[in-house]
Design a protein around this ligand. Structure first.
Ligand SMILES: [Zn+2]
Length: 211
């Protein structure tokens, strides 16, 4: 059975793309050369079809992006309320602090949103174009300091080797990592050939599972 790494739809036989979300499906296990990694779904060769919604799924499970959005929206409301009050001079003593706070929130929130959007966008680039290698999971932890939609995000730390150098990175996700992802177990890592520090794991942890 083949499971879509992007949305979790199951297929009994191999096909290149998912009917549900359009993403590239992993190669059937028979194609995989016999290795120590027995049951890992092999990523298809790049470029992969990554569903267009992937950026939004990454952002929707990102605590930074959500805080940035909340601050930007608050800022917008404060500006919209504060500026007319100030300009009309009727209630400038209320409008000025309101507008000022709004501008402050906006100038904090928008750069965070832009930063996280760029991060999510480069993660999608790695999923689309990255080279595949087998790395190892270092730790799987749940972060109780941050809550997103009533749930605590998971962080999966992993390391991988490119050209004799060891790299470490982590991914965060709202869905509980599957049980095979335990410290010490192998995991497929995708990385950019010209910038190996940019990486993510495969299958994508940002699927719609449980979202
Ligand atoms: Zn799919």
């Amino acid at each position: 059975m083949i499971t879509c790494p992007w949305c979790g739809t199951n297929y009994t036989s191999f096909q290149p793309n998912c009917d549900n979300c359009g993403g590239s499906l992993p190669l059937p296990p028979e194609v995989v050369p016999a290795a120590s990694s027995v049951s890992l779904a092999t990523p298809p060769p790049p470029p992969r079809d990554v569903p267009r919604q992937a950026v939004w799924h990454i952002l929707s499970s990102d605590g930074w992006a959500i805080s940035g959005l909340v601050f930007s929206l608050l800022g917008l409301v404060f500006v919209v309320v504060g500026i007319p009050l100030t300009v009309s001079l009727v209630a400038a003593f209320v409008g000025l602090p309101f507008g000022g706070l709004g501008v402050l929130f906006l100038s904090g929130g928008i750069p965070v949103l832009v930063w996280r959007y760029q991060m999510a966008h480069s993660t999608v680039e790695v999923l689309r174009e990255g080279e595949a290698t087998v790395g190892e999971i270092i730790s799987v932890t749940q972060n109780y300091h941050v809550r997103v939609n009533g749930r605590y995000p998971w962080a999966v730390e992993y390391d991988y080797e490119v050209g004799g150098r060891l790299y470490a990175d982590k991914v965060t996700t709202l869905s509980r990592p599957d049980l095979s992802q335990q410290p010490g177990s192998p995991v497929y890592v995708l990385y950019m050939r010209d910038d190996p520090e940019q990486s993510t794991v495969y299958p994508s942890p940002y699927g719609y599972y449980g979202l």
